[in-house]
Design a protein around this ligand. Structure first.
Ligand code: GDP
Length: 213
């Protein structure tokens, strides 16, 4: 693909900002796939291990504090939470994985739910897989990446909490991440980075989403 000019980049960033300025509403939580809403809207999903900063990121993207509930909220965390962005896009907050000492059955149920969702959801355009920039891609994330590779859609890595590391550490984790994703067939080549706390690079992520419409 040809390099974007500065002007095109700015236009993309603006498109993303405009999209995320629109009204976003919580629609429903889905525990069983037969409860999924119709697939008439394009859909993107956010995934990541518990505590990666997923709810904070969704809230930061919309400049709202309480749109997505943090993992400390009981109930909604083992479900797929659907948000409707101005009837243009569904944003799906997938349940976090990697719960320490979870019973095998809980993990298996999670895998079944997510796998069936990923394979069967025709309107899903991209999964954004969140990785804590302090830790990089861990074994459990790799397992999810293999699952995503098999499910056939595209996924893109987003490094979170970059305000917590130095520029040098960030460069290192970006290089390591690039190397790891080169082994994954369905991983999108560009790695994004964000800080919800300091509102860093959120516009780049918004632009990436807007480009999928
Ligand atoms: P979730 O389980 O993935 O939804 O994670 P949360 O959004 O609940 O975040 C987990 C913890 O990380 C909370 O204490 C957040 O305040 C913190 N956190 C999330 N994003 C950031 C960030 O960008 N920077 C910093 N410093 N902390 C963050």
């Amino acid at each position: 693909m040809a390099e974007q000019s500065e002007e095109e980049k700015l236009a993309c960033l603006q498109k993303g900002k405009d999209l995320f300025n629109l009204k976003c509403d919580f629609v429903l939580s889905v525990a069983k796939l037969k409860q999924l809403p119709g697939d008439d809207l394009v859909e993107i999903a956010f995934a990541g291990r518990s505590n990666v900063g997923k709810s904070s990121l969704i809230n930061a993207l919309f400049g709202q504090k309480k749109l997505a509930k943090t993992s400390s909220t009981p109930g909604r965390t083992q479900q797929l939470n659907y948000f409707n962005l101005a009837n243009k896009l569904y944003i799906v907050d997938l349940p976090g994985y990697g719960f320490a000492k979870a019973p095998k059955e809980v993990v298996r149920n999670w895998q079944n739910l997510i796998n069936t969702y990923l394979v069967g959801r025709a309107s899903l355009r991209r999964v954004f897989l969140l990785i804590d920039s302090r830790h990089g891609i861990k074994k459990i994330d790799e397992e999810i990446m293999y699952m995503l590779d098999k499910a056939a859609g595209t996924y893109q890595i987003v490094l979170t909490k970059i305000d917590k590391i130095s520029a040098k550490e960030l460069e290192k984790v970006l290089n390591e991440t690039d190397e790891k994703i080169s082994k994954h067939t369905a991983a999108y080549i560009t790695v994004l980075k964000t800080s919800s706390e300091k509102n860093l690079y959120l516009d780049e992520l918004k632009a990436e989403v807007a480009n999928l419409l």
